[in-house]
Ligand binder design. Structure first.
Ligand SMILES: Cc1cc2nc3c(=O)[nH]c(=O)nc-3n(C[C@H](O)[C@H](O)[C@H](O)COP(=O)(O)O)c2cc1C
Length: 205
């Protein structure tokens, strides 16, 4: 798949087919792509946890459901803040997380320093999402589990010197791929000074 098509069509695919497995080879391919992401000083603190065990997935789902119940609250309190179909698909994921063939948890080994490494983890996470898209695999970047990170760490035996970032279900999507809906570039990009418009799509080139 062409890179720009993968970028355009990588979406949060929360409805995954529980019957269609993801091969170990595909998991390896997307993790190999992920670990090519940059990290500060090339220190590579990222650790990937690949979860297939049904009992462990179910335990994670129970925690995730509780977390999502908290995470969705601001959206409930402010109707219109998020599209109803996004909420219903996020609800679906919370109820069915354990049915995803694979869950990948992006972690970092923080060593002695009590430090988080967001900026050294997320470039690799995005690589993973794109690589999965190229293989026809759906993913959703989620962070709701952070409401109960300690509980997640306990289930997975994650030591104190490691931290978690994104919990990503991976599987074959049941829905269609579509282009991600985003604000127009001219609305969100400035040139030379904050607020100053640059050449628009019609005048550029
Ligand atoms: C930092 C971050 C945290 C997110 N956390 C969650 C989450 O906990 N649960 C969830 O269902 N989706 C989560 N998402 C997915 C977003 O809701 C999704 O990317 C957004 O709605 C755009 O969806 P689209 O790419 O399909 O257009 C998260 C995305 C990001 C970038």
């Amino acid at each position: 798949m062409e890179l720009f098509e993968a970028i355009r069509t990588t979406r949060a695919m929360r409805r995954l087919d529980p019957e269609q497995d993801v091969t170990d080879e595909d998991v390896r391919t997307i993790l190999e792509a992920a670990l090519k992401g940059p990290t500060g000083g090339n220190q590579q603190p990222i650790r990937w946890l690949v979860i297939r065990d049904p009992d462990i997935k179910k335990r994670l789902q129970k925690i995730y459901q509780r977390c999502w119940n908290r995470g969705r609250k601001p959206y409930e309190d402010e109707p219109g803040k998020v599209a109803p179909n996004v909420l219903s698909s996020a609800d679906h994921l919370a109820e069915n997380l354990h049915l995803a063939p694979v869950i990948i948890l992006a972690c970092a080994d923080t060593g002695a320093a009590d430090k988080r490494h967001h900026a050294s983890v997320y470039p690799s996470v995005q690589n993973l999402l794109l690589a999965a898209r190229a293989l026809g695999l759906g993913t959703a970047l989620t962070t709701a589990h952070l409401f109960e990170e300690d509980a997640v760490k306990e289930v997975l035996g994650i030591p104190e010197h490691a931290t978690t970032y994104a919990l990503i279900p991976v599987g074959h999507p049941t829905g269609k791929w579509g282009e991600a809906k985003r604000r127009p570039l001219d609305e969100v990009s400035y040139h030379d000074r904050w607020g100053q418009r640059g050449p628009s799509a019609t005048t550029a080139s």
